[in-house]
Design a protein. Sequence first.
Length: 354
Amino acid sequence: MNARVRYRADALQDFARRLLVKAGMEEVKAQAVAQTLLDGDLMGHDTHGLALLPGYIGEIERGTMTCSGEPEVISERGASLLWDGRRLPGPWLVLSGIDALVPKAREHGSATLVIRRSHHIACLASYLEKATGEGFLIVLSSSDPAVQSVAPHGGTRSVFTPNPIAAGIPTSGTPFLIDISASTVTNGMTARQHKAGQVFEEACFLDAEGNPSGDPGVLSADPPGSILPVGGMTYGHKGFGLALLIEALTGGLAGHGRADPADGWGATVFLSLYDPAAFGGPAAFTRQMDWIGEACRDNPPRPGTSSVRMPGDRGLALKREQLREGVALHPTIAPALSACAQRYDIRLPEVLAG
């Protein structure tokens, strides 16, 4: 990580915001997207950070991302909401959704928003601190009904996306930030490894005949292979079950998903907030979570492991370091950003002196 060149975090965020505005996005939405993409890199999720920006710009240029206006409220009943995102920027929709749910969760104890026809929402972990900082437990998940890259356990034809699910759990100190998927690897990491001509050490894929493989190239073969669900060849029923749950929470509750015609790269989103004050109380909640955190972090490490980390520990530590010392972008990201920015006469920020 230290061998990579670094950039000031605020300069990268401003660069992304200006590029999005020049491409045609409303300022408030561009700010939300820029902040979310930068957070992805700050926390080490560099396939879902600024690496996505050139793709987003391309979507704007093709008219497949809506850059202005508001979501349509399809249904609202007490603490339950359904929006049609109108293919507006996913990060802005999710951040706006959290804001919309906060007063409802304070009143009712929990509140849920489902968004159909959102554009891509980037790194799920990026949103969690916004909720945990207010004392909420947050659950966030998404699926992309236009994409199929993961086969059901026992099958060979792709049906699902990796179907990520994230949760932010407040504690008296560092929150637990969980960001996982129902597949062994993500589409983003698969594409990066394939482009670099690299294979995975473990069999994360099936070829079209159902043979296990570590080669990400099987996804682009003809006929295409698929990504294995979490649990792999033997225990893939676990990832399959998780994928089905996420499909129900997203496409099922949205009433819009894989049964409908695909309308481009995007997301169907499930977002829920829970206020501990409406249950056992915030003090009791944090007492339980703090005990769990201590029991895990103090757990004797297995050979080859220095210590047990809670989900989010590394990401938040990395975020603090990169805010202080500069953001170390993956080597493939800066050239792609520069090439994209040239069309709008914007230059990438200066590299920090080593």
